[in-house]
Design a protein around this ligand. Sequence first.
Ligand SMILES: Cc1cc2nc3c(=O)[nH]c(=O)nc-3n(C[C@H](O)[C@H](O)[C@H](O)COP(=O)(O)O)c2cc1C
Length: 170
Amino acid sequence: MLDILRSRRSIRCYKDWKIEPEKIEQLKEAALRAPSSRGINPWRFLFVTNKAMLQELSRAKESGSSFLKGARLGVIVCANADESDVWIEDCSIASIILQLTGQSLGLGSCWIQIRNRAHSSSISAEDYIKKVMHLPDNMLVLSMISFGYPDEDKPPVPREQLEYEKILYG
Ligand SMILES: Cc1cc2nc3c(=O)[nH]c(=O)nc-3n(C[C@H](O)[C@H](O)[C@H](O)COP(=O)(O)O)c2cc1C
């Protein structure tokens, strides 16, 4: 696990290689194995591979989402907020589990923040996605995770750069 954490970086450039269906199945399994508060599992995961749809979703925000159009898979992580008051935590855990599983499968990924972000001055990124994907009102969107085979080289962050001063002792 530490090796996966050491090598993981946010990857925003992808090769135009298809992701094997077995790997997509493994990502689905990983998402569904995420722990959630009280085991309620309020999340829903929308797996999007259609290129036209990825292109539309890449316009969710003015900046920080455009690279989704070059990805081969996007996973929209959302939840029915009526099911749990801690859906944000549950969806965050599932999002990072998806990313780390992708890393273990040789896939690059990046978290695209949707909650509390704007599409434009009049519409939120969440509402934009809900409209594109025809999601019901009670479905709240936390993130989109982009996936693809990396087309950029990012070295691991060296250990000396880790902010050990943020480790406190009691
Ligand atoms: C909660 C969260 C939200 C993020 N939102 C975005 C985003 O909207 N767009 C983006 O390009 N990267 C986003 N990132 C990726 C961060 O920019 C990235 O993780 C950070 O700069 C550290 O770089 P690294 O992942 O390569 O270690 C997000 C990461 C997290 C954890």
